[in-house]
Structure formats: C-alpha cells, structure tokens
Design a protein around this ligand. Structure first.
Ligand SMILES: [Zn+2]
Length: 104
C-alpha cells in the first residue's frame, strides 16, 4: 500500500482548541509530535500539523514510511492555489480527491 496526503491546513496555520487535541489523542495520534505551540498574543491557540498526524497513523497501520508522501503545501497560507475554509470562509470552493487501484 502507498499513501499520498494532499495539500491541507498546515501546522504553520491550523489553530485548534483543546477539544481537537483531545479528539486526536483519543484517535491514537501522538499529539506530542503533532501539536505545536501558539505564536504568542496574536495567535495564542495551539496549532496541529495534520499531515504529521496522518503520517503517524499510517505508520501505526503498517504503511512503510518510504511509501508515504506528504504534500508540503498549506492551503491556508499557500498563496491561494487551493480552496481553504479557514482562509476564505464558507463561500469558498471545496477540494476533492480521487483514489484508485491501478489495473495490471
Ligand atoms: Zn500555513
């Protein structure tokens, strides 16, 4: 199995509340590796690196690290190349993905 994690909200921007961190911990995410501190008075809430959280869950599920690819782009600060609810609110577009099995 291989896994590719698409662009998404990055740890650089994805601020969350304690309830999100609790939910991630409950799902088995190693929050000590995926939760980043807030950036001070203007952005005091902790941030989550969702791609690292997904990476950890994939490893725990047995997917070899060499077969996991993480997109580097953050959809919030990535320059508008991607839709972002956090950046643009409810009126922005949505992203979608496609998963398939290659025939032989
Ligand atoms: Zn960002």
């Amino acid at each position: 199995m291989s896994a590719a994690v698409s662009p998404g909200a990055g740890g650089c921007c994805y601020e969350v509340g304690a309830e999100v961190i609790e939910a991630l911990a409950g799902a088995g995410v190693p929050v000590e590796r995926c939760v980043l501190p807030g950036r001070g008075a203007s952005a005091p809430r902790p941030r989550v690196d969702l791609k690292q959280a997904i990476h950890a869950l994939l490893l725990a599920a047995g997917v070899p690290a060499a077969r996991i690819e993480l997109a580097a782009e953050c959809t919030i600060c990535g320059g508008g190349r991607f839709h972002s609810y956090r950046r643009g609110g409810a009126g922005v577009g949505r992203m979608s993905g496609l998963i398939g099995i290659r025939g032989r």
